[in-house]
Design a protein around this ligand. Structure first.
Ligand code: FE2
Ligand code: FE2
Length: 182
C-alpha cells in the first residue's frame, strides 16, 4: 500500500485523484455514447451535452495532468529507475495518441452539433461513437497500467528525499500555472 503523504494532499496524490475522476468520467462517457442514438425528444441533447462536458474536462484537466507527467514524473523516474524507461516510452506514445484522438473527438462532436438532417446525423453519431469509444479504450488500459508501474515505483523505489524533490518540482510548476491562469 502506498503511504499517503501527511498534511495537505501532495502533488502526487493530486495526480492520482485525477485518475480516479477520470475513471468516473470514462464510465459516464461510455454511457452517454451508448444512449446518444436512442435519446428521445424528452431528453434530446442530454447525452450530447454530457459528451461535450467530458471533452472539455479532458482538454482542460487531463491535458495539464498528462503534461505534468511528461515534464516531471517521467523524466524523474527514468533518471532514478532506468528499468522503467521502455514502459515510460509506451505511456508517452499513448499520450500522443490521446491528444490526437481528442482533437478528432472535438471535430466529430462539432459536426454532430451542426448536423440537422437525419441521414447526416446518423453518420455523425457513428463518428462520435467511433472516436469516443477509442478514447475510452485507450484510457481504460492506460490508467491502471500507469498506476501499477510508475505511480507504484514512486512509493516503492524512490527514497523519501527523492520523492520530496519530485513533489517540490511539481508544486513549483503548479504555482507557475496558477499565476498564468489568474
Ligand atoms: Fe499518463
Ligand atoms: Fe496519468
Amino acid at each position: 500500500m502506498p503511504t499517503k503523504s501527511k498534511g495537505p494532499a501532495g502533488e502526487l496524490e493530486k495526480m492520482k485523484d485525477i485518475h480516479e475522476e477520470l475513471f468516473e468520467k470514462v464510465d459516464r462517457l461510455n454511457h452517454a455514447l451508448i444512449n446518444l442514438r436512442y435519446e428521445g425528444k424528452a431528453n434530446a441533447g442530454k447525452n450530447l451535452k454530457e459528451a461535450w462536458e467530458i471533452l472539455c474536462f479532458f482538454e482542460k484537466e487531463v491535458c495539464v495532468h498528462v503534461e505534468a507527467e511528461e515534464k516531471f514524473l517521467f523524466p524523474f523516474l527514468e533518471a532514478h529507475v532506468p528499468r522503467l524507461s521502455p514502459l515510460i516510452n509506451l505511456f508517452q506514445a499513448e499520450h500522443e495518441d490521446f491528444r490526437k484522438n481528442l482533437k478528432r473527438f472535438r471535430l466529430a462532436l462539432e459536426d454532430l452539433y451542426a448536423e440537422k438532417g437525419n441521414h447526416g446525423r446518423s453518420e455523425s453519431i457513428d463518428k462520435v461513437k467511433e472516436v469516443g469509444t477509442y478514447l475510452i479504450y485507450l484510457l481504460r488500459q492506460h490508467l491502471p497500467a500507469e498506476e501499477e508501474s510508475v505511480y507504484k515505483a514512486v512509493y516503492r523505489e524512490l527514497h523519501e528525499e527523492e520523492r520530496e524533490e519530485l513533489e517540490r518540482l511539481m508544486s513549483s510548476n503548479d504555482g507557475k500555472r496558477m499565476k498564468k491562469a489568474s
